[in-house]
Design a protein around this ligand. Structure first.
Ligand code: NDP
Length: 244
C-alpha cells in the first residue's frame, strides 16, 4: 500500500493527546506543525521528532485569539506550502458544579473548547478550499454524548464541538473531510489542576481506569491515513472496563 504523507497541524501539542498524536503522525511519515502556549514543550517535542527521522516545526498558539490563530496557520502554510489536516485538539476541563458559579472557568472552557475550534476552522478552511482538499479532526469527548454532575459546562462545549463538526461535514462538497474523535478517560494533564474540591474528589474514582494518550493518537492516525474518498466521521474510544 502506498503511504500517504500529509501536512498536519496539531493544536494543544505540548502535552497529552496532542503530543502523542504528533509523535504518532510523524512516525507515520506525516509532516507535523505543532501549536500551544508552552513553546518550550513544543521545542523539545519537535527536536525529538526530528531526531527520530520525522519532520516537525512549531509556533506559539493561543487558540482563544482569532488573529493569533490565523498567524499560526499562516506560519504552517509558510513552512510546508499547504495544510492537509488540522487536529483541533487544544482543550481545558476545569470541572465544578454549576452552583459553585465559577463563571471565569465557564468562560475559559467556552473560549478554548468552542471558540478555539472555530478559530482553527476559520484560519484553515480558506486555504483548504483553495487547495480543493482538507481534513478537520476535532477532538470532543464522551462528554459530547452524555452529561454528568460537575461537567455541565465542559459537556456543553463538547456537544458544541460535535454540532460544529457535523455542520461542517454537511456543508462540505466532499473536498473537506471532518472527523470527530471522542475520547473517554485518557492519561494527560487535563484533570491535574481542578480548583473545585467536589470535582477533584469525583475525578479520583472517575479517572481510575484510563487509556494511554497513544490510544487516541492511533484513532486519529486511522482517520488521517484514509484515502481522499473516505471520510471517517465519528470515533468514540473508551478504556475497557473504566467508568468512562
Ligand atoms: P492536556 O491538558 O494534557 O492537553 C491540553 C492541551 O491543550 C495542552 O497542549 C495545552 O497546551 C493546550 N491548550 C490549552 N489551552 C490552550 C490555549 N488557550 N491555546 C492553545 N493551546 C491550549 O489534556 P488532553 O491531552 O487530555 O486534552 C486534549 C483534548 O482531549 C482536549 O480537547 C480534551 O478536552 C480532550 N479530551 C481529553 C480526555 C481525557 O481524559 N484526557 C477525555 C475526553 C476529551 P498549553 O497549556 O501549552 O497551551
Amino acid at each position: 500500500m502506498t503511504r500517504i504523507s500529509r501536512t498536519v497541524v496539531v493544536t494543544g501539542a505540548s502535552s497529552g493527546i496532542g503530543e502523542a498524536t504528533a509523535l504518532r503522525l510523524a512516525a507515520d511519515g506525516h509532516r507535523v506543525f505543532l501549536g500551544a502556549r508552552r513553546t518550550d514543550c513544543l521545542r523539545r517535542l519537535a527536536a525529538r521528532i526530528t531526531r527520530e527521522g520525522g519532520v516537525a516545526a512549531f509556533h506559539a498558539l493561543d487558540v482563544t485569539d482569532a488573529s493569533g490563530t490565523q498567524t499560526f496557520m499562516d506560519a504552517a502554510l509558510h513552512e510546508y506550502g499547504r495544510i492537509d489536516v488540522v487536529v483541533n485538539n487544544a482543550g481545558v476541563m476545569p470541572l465544578s458544579p454549576l452552583a459553585a458559579l465559577r463563571t471565569d472557568e465557564w468562560d475559559r472552557m467556552i473560549d478554548v473548547n468552542v471558540r478555539g475550534v472555530l478559530h482553527g476552522i476559520a484560519a484553515a478552511l480558506p486555504a483548504m478550499r483553495a487547495q480543493g482538499a482538507g481534513h478537520f479532526v476535532n477532538i470532543a469527548s464522551v462528554g459530547a454524548y452524555e452529561v454528568s454532575p460537575t461537567a455541565a459546562v465542559y459537556c456543553a462545549t463538547k456537544f458544541a464541538v460535535r454540532a460544529l463538526s457535523e455542520g461542517l461535514r454537511q456543508e462540505s462538497d466532499g473536498s473537506i473531510r471532518v472527523t470527530l474523535v471522542s475520547p473517554g478517560v485518557t492519561e494527560s494533564e487535563l484533570a491535574d489542576n481542578l480548583s473545585d474540591p467536589e470535582a477533584r474528589s469525583a475525578m479520583q474514582t472517575y479517572r481510575a481506569v484510563a487509556l494511554p494518550a497513544s490510544a487516541i493518537a492511533d484513532a486519529i492516525a486511522y482517520a488521517v491515513g484514509q484515502p481522499p474518498g473516505t471520510d471517517v466521521n465519528e470515533i468514540v474510544v473508551r478504556p475497557a472496563g473504566g467508568a468512562q
